[in-house]
Design a protein around this ligand. Sequence first.
Ligand code: SAM
Ligand code: SF4
Length: 459
Amino acid sequence: MGSNPIPSAMKPERILPQRGFLFCKRSYNTKVSERHYMSYYHIWSIGCQMNKAYSEQLATDLERLGYRSTRAIEEADIVVINSCVVRQSAENRVLSKLNSLIPLKRLNPDTVVALAGCMVDPGIAELRRCFPHVDLFLKPGESSELLDLAGARAPDGVQDSTPLPPPPSAFVTIIEGCDNFCSYCIVPYRRGRERSRPLTEIRCQVESLVERGVKQVTLLGQNVDSYGHDLPDMPDLTDLLKELNSVEDLVRIRFLTSHPKDMNQKLIRAVASLDKVCESISLPAQAGDDEILRAMGRGYTAQNYHDLVERIRSIVPGVALSTDVIVGFPGETDVQFQRTLDLLSDIRFDTVYVAVYSPRPGTLALRKFEDDVPPLEKRRRLKKVEELECGIASEINAQLLGQTVEVLVEGDKKGRWWGRTRTGKLVFFNDDANRLGQLIEVEIEKTSPWALQGVFGHK
Ligand code: SAM
Ligand code: SF4
């Protein structure tokens, strides 16, 4: 998740090669002459962290095959659109991106265009008909077809080239799919049923990331706390956290997103007791009214949610909590919306991700309920949540003023280093030395609802 406590829109991203990769610029005119020794890829990605993880892995695999990233889409030999259809607004952006590629494909028929992610549903024939300029349709999580093709076309002499070190923080998907079928959500229809990766396989991946310099892993799943129930010996997320906590030189472990109904006492205690597991939990509430929660099919009441937060806070003092909220769900009255505001005011989350309800094809909510909250009212409710959370987040962050916090440095932006505290707060600071991947102390001098600024090395 991003740094903004209240992002109201999904920002598409272009996946850059991991820090340290050489960025080669070239003009369009030089493309043919250079093709024999260098090929380029461009990945455009939108949506959740699982998409981000997929794009990063794909970039690494393509780099290993000798491809390099390019910012200029028209120069790429391989273009990947990693799509999201969780809301109509995201789908619209994907459609417009796909359509913008038609002239490019006409000009360069050899360019491989691939569509990945949740737009690739079981009806691929229909997608082929609508997007004849797309060469490959990759179901969520799949990349072998593209990598086979990329391997076959890889520039001579650079196959199996060693990718440069990854950034200090990496995503690791531990469970794919979702079994929950919340009434509004398209994810289970596009990503399928839950499939956990074996614990030993995840440990091996984390060990190899750490060997290459990774300090922090974020374990991902649409429903990360249901990890393991489908594996033969049924390990759970706590077992996995314990296993990874013993990986030498790994500094921090995070996990998201947790479903409230699957967050048990054992897991909460593990967050409290395992030294590498960060005190930061992403726990989507979605609404504060019981009738709406029932219609959403969430499997808990507002009181259950409050009780769970109380348990978490009593066992993990200082824990940072983030949540997701949908406003304007079918039939949501003013009073019911007020209950969502009440829940946010009572719990005081560090971060809230808010979205307006968007009817999605195939979902129960689309079939069963009328989308009857007018668009303007949905926007008003979204703004209300944003304003409320902005105030809460600025008060929470202001408490850190003058304090010294431990920061893992994850990158640099516009000449300043940035990193995160254990609780996931974004911190910026200046320093001339290379601090990438270091665990350092920063004294906080300035706070806002979204980020903190400080001075390096002060105690
Ligand atoms: N699995 C997580 C959970 O338990 O809520 C969240 C994953 S979901 C793909 C990410 C977020 O997208 C959800 O938390 C929800 O707020 C939002 N979302 C999903 N379907 C939506 C819809 N139809 N309209 C608006 N927002 C939606
Ligand atoms: Fe969608 Fe619900 Fe599964 Fe989250 S838990 S991915 S909201 S169906």
